[in-house]
Design a protein around this ligand. Structure first.
Ligand code: FES
Length: 238
């Protein structure tokens, strides 16, 4: 099923989604939330080609707001839809990745525990190929998103489901569309537990210094994708 069809099915109601996804009798309660359609571009402003993404590499862009970071990952393996739950017990079906192998995924890079996020100076949260390095917090699996602040671990192949640590809900998914004709990627909205209001409240002063008065503005038109190592001077590994 194409991504657009999935989103439309959700918008039409849980019964359509259930029939399409072949799930048991439960009702999805979190609907996809649409934001601006934003074409992902490289640093030269050219449309990013999905096939140009290096597998298992941290890429970052900002969406749906100018100050809210997103991880873009080609996991290098096929992903499938999964039913997830927010901390208030609302359910939703993460549709899986996009691209020719359904391997390209995107999640808000704001940790669901205490809202740690990547800045230009420092990042405690990122995708790690393989297992965690810290013997105090063994990995619950390989190829996870780790937050080194308090060692939450999220599985990006399972909709950023929490596998370990104090985080109490998955990272909010960013919905992508892949255009097979030109291999471009477009961000269209979110699905899951948004934490943007809490994020803006917690970091109001910091964001005004980092991003300026446009911190709460929605991204329009294009979103620049960079490798995390190019965006951030000190990506912390744990
Ligand atoms: S802020 Fe990420 S685990 Fe605590």
């Amino acid at each position: 099923m194409e991504r657009r069809e999935f989103v439309e099915a959700c918008a039409l109601g849980a019964s359509g989604a259930i029939a399409l996804m072949g799930q048991a009798a439960w009702a999805a309660q979190v609907r996809p939330k649409s934001y601006e359609r934003v074409l992902l571009v490289d640093e030269a402003g050219k449309p990013l080609r999905a096939s140009s993404l290096r597998p298992q590499t941290n890429y970052l862009f900002h969406y749906p707001f100018e100050s809210t970071p997103v991880f873009l990952l080609d996991l290098g393996k096929r992903t499938s839809p999964i039913v997830l739950e927010t901390k208030d017990k609302s359910r939703y079906t993460w549709p899986g990745g996009v691209g020719s192998r359904s391997s390209i995924v995107a999640f808000s890079a704001i940790c669901a525990h205490k809202l740690v996020y990547p800045t230009r100076e420092l990042s405690f949260i990122s995708f790690r190929k393989g297992a965690a390095l810290n013997p105090q917090t063994p990995s619950k699996g390989n190829d996870l998103i780790h937050c080194c602040a308090d060692h939450s671990q999220y599985d990006p192949a399972k909709g950023a489901q929490v596998l370990n640590g104090p985080a109490d809900q998955p990272l909010c998914a960013i919905l992508l569309e892949h255009n097979a004709r030109d291999d471009s990627l477009t961000a269209t909205g979110t699905l899951g537990g948004e934490l943007f209001d809490d994020f803006f409240r917690k970091y109001e002063m910091k964001l005004s210094l980092e991003v300026g008065p446009g911190a709460r503005q929605t991204v329009r038109g294009q979103g620049v994708v960079r490798e995390l190592e190019q965006f951030c001077r000190n990506p912390v590994r744990c």
